[in-house]
Design a protein. Structure first.
Lengths: 308, 327
């Protein structure tokens, strides 16, 4: 029903059936006004949510003396901060490290989780449903329980201080992504794969040539989610890279270091403008990722909720 | 979920071997079984080593004293667990974490649901607002913490400046022990959009007819919300409550970055009032290398989370409405 014939319909409804009075009660707020109020409230909230970004951008362009004033219009605008940052901090190294680790983490976990999910979705074997319940159960396990043993495993393998512990564990799949991919696979028509089998394609080939291309949307969701999670991962970097040289840090670990370095309580000179430049520069890749993959992020999160 | 999984099977079994249908046991094809196991083998290996193996290792560690230099364990019985109860920092960390959880989770649910309800009414503009609300969720926690370190500054921070416009003298957010937890709640709320998106999806699934019927019966906005919306989205409320509680019990990044990032034990103002459980566990494990003690701490956390989740589940069985459920 379009907006034009809505009042007309309401009028006829009111005329023909006096019982439906609520629709045309004079005290009611018209729909347009209601929507207007909603939009105004949302605009106020948006201002609150966006303010820190505007503040960050402004702060990153200020001098040391002005970084604590909350003006959104820095005067003078110090573009020089964006040139100096590379000499102040090894931010280039950090970003590079984070890009490599996040890419490997994303690809590893997406491929391994897809394989496992296909195993659970397509094949019938003893204890399959029990094993899948176990997959879901591992999602409840607090990371703290396995944190120390995992550290000791990597220590035994001589991988401390390397990037390996930050992505290699992803080769074994991850419960949430297995769940996500399996949900998607279950929605694919089974006949397609039966047909491929009849045509003589092996399970392996069927998976790579038919299943994977079809599951591209959910594969991308997994890639994006894990890239973001890895990019954001402070704790693993604290555990595995903290003892190495500063150049070896990931971006989150590096910025944590910078926060301390410039802190006056640690003998720094409160050059927080550099921390803000770095904070902005590590946020931008995520914003770019979101601008391209917004649909996937939203859909992925919404799918999470359907699990309950 | 399991139903969805079984449907294609049932169809197939019926097509291929109708005789097998009445039989209780499903006969498995050996080739198919092997192929299935091969596909899930990465998970099996990972589970055996990094989950089951690690859990057993962790449990053993929790009853041992670990010698870092030699890499050996000495069994000491329940000593680590006994020490937990004598450690005043455990009490502080646990109560801080609990208070934070009690503050954060209901607020997150309310704010996320409120925003989702507004978005659901916003018509064509909803997409734009959803994007805006989602941006904080994309921001790495280090960036969030760097920003809020200055935004929450008690003397010069923008948040107190804003409160000042209304004649409110803002607190010393990051220094006053009573305001440390609300500070972190505030940062968490900034990134509440994930929860919001789940609620939005749930709201979109509420059949319109229900609202129309309720409206005809004379139900106002509030009654429609409590009698139609809430029951229909109660599975999402339950799911979000469980997930957010588990996350809140493990809050780490913000607390660590704002108060404990200094290697030597704590940044300025670090005190027991900013000590959260996951932070203390991390310090015990990777700053002092008390692996046994840290493992005991981890198992205590595990038990707490299990109990809380179980309680939430019992409560939810009475309150959550699942469509199509037969009672």
């Amino acid at each position: 029903m379009t907006a034009v014939d809505l009042p007309a319909a309401a009028a006829t409804a009111a005329a023909s059936a006096p019982n439906s009075a609520p629709r045309s009660r004079p005290g009611r707020v018209p729909k347009k006004v209601k929507r207007g109020i909603v939009v105004v409230v949302l605009l106020i909230f948006s201002a609150g949510f966006l303010y820190p970004f505007a503040w960050l951008l402004a702060a990153s362009l200020k001098t040391r003396g002005q970084v604590f004033n909350n003006s959104l219009a820095p005067n003078p605008i110090r573009w020089q901060n964006y040139a100096d940052i590379w000499r102040e901090l090894p931010l280039g190294h950090w970003m590079f490290t984070s890009i490599v680790i996040a890419s490997l983490a994303a690809i590893f976990v997406a491929v391994s989780s897809s394989l496992v999910a296909w195993g659970f979705a397509h094949f019938r074997f003893p204890l399959r449903n029990q094993l899948f319940t176990l997959v879901l159960a591992t999602m409840m396990l607090p990371a703290a329980v396995t944190m120390v043993p995992t550290y000791l495993i990597w220590k035994h393998l001589g991988a401390l201080g390397t990037w390996l512990p930050l992505f290699a564990g992803n080769l074994f799949g991850s419960a949430f992504y297995i769940f996500l991919q399996r949900q998607f696979f279950l929605g694919l028509p089974r006949d397609l794969f039966e047909a491929a089998r009849v045509d003589g394609a092996s399970y392996w080939r069927t998976f790579w040539q038919i299943v994977m291309p079809l599951s591209r949307p959910s594969f991308i969701i997994v890639l994006l989610f894990e890239f973001q999670a890895s990019w954001n991962n402070l704790q693993a970097a604290l555990i595995y890279l903290n003892t190495g040289s500063i150049e070896q840090f990931t971006a989150p670990l590096g910025i944590a270091y910078a926060m301390t370095k410039y802190s006056p309580t640690n003998g720094g000179h409160a050059d927080y403008q550099f921390v803000m430049v770095a904070a902005l520069l590590v946020t931008i890749p995520m914003l770019v990722l979101f601008s391209f993959g917004q649909r996937y992020f939203i859909e992925g999160v919404a799918t999470t909720g359907r699990k309950g | 979920m399991t139903q969805v999984a079984r449907q294609p099977e049932a169809g197939k079994v019926g097509k291929r071997a109708p005789a097998a249908k009445p039989r209780q046991r499903v006969k498995y094809n050996r080739r198919e079984t092997l192929a299935g196991l091969a596909f899930i083998s990465p998970w099996i290996v990972g589970f055996l080593v990094f989950t089951a193996g690690a859990m057993i290792y962790s449990l053993t560690l929790s009853f041992s004293k670990y010698n870092l230099a030699r890499g050996t364990m000495k069994p000491i019985g329940f000593e680590n667990y006994a020490d937990l109860f004598d450690d005043p920092k455990i009490v502080a960390a646990l109560s801080n974490t609990l208070i934070y959880t009690i503050m954060a989770v209901p607020l997150e649910i309310i704010v996320a649901l409120g925003l989702a309800a507004l978005l659901n009414q916003a018509g064509r503009g909803a997409g734009f607002f959803r994007t805006v609300f989602y941006l904080p969720k994309m921001t790495p926690s280090v960036a969030t913490a760097s920003m809020f370190l200055l935004l929450l500054n008690g003397n010069t921070g923008a948040i107190n400046q804003f409160l000042g416009w209304f004649g409110i003298e803002g607190p010393q957010w990051l220094v006053d022990s009573d305001w440390i937890k609300p500070s972190i709640v505030l940062m968490t709320l900034w990134g509440v959009s994930g929860t919001m998106v789940i609620f939005l999806a749930a709201l979109k699934n509420v059949p319109r007819e229900l609202y129309e019927v309720a409206e005809l019966d004379g139900a106002g906005v509030l009654r429609r919300f409590t009698h139609v919306t809430l029951p229909m989205i109660s599975p999402a409320v339950f799911f979000n409550t469980v997930i957010l509680s588990i996350a809140a019990f493990q809050v780490f990044d913000q607390a660590y970055l704002l108060f404990w990032r200094d290697q030597s034990g704590g940044a300025a103002g670090a005190s027991d009032s900013s000590l959260f459980y996951a932070v203390y566990l991390f310090q015990q494990a990777f700053r002092r290398f008390n692996f046994g003690y840290a493992s005991a701490m981890a198992w205590l956390l595990f038990c707490i989370i299990m109990v809380v989740t179980a309680v939430q589940r019992v409560v939810s069985n009475r309150l959550v409405y699942y469509e199509g459920e037969v009672k």
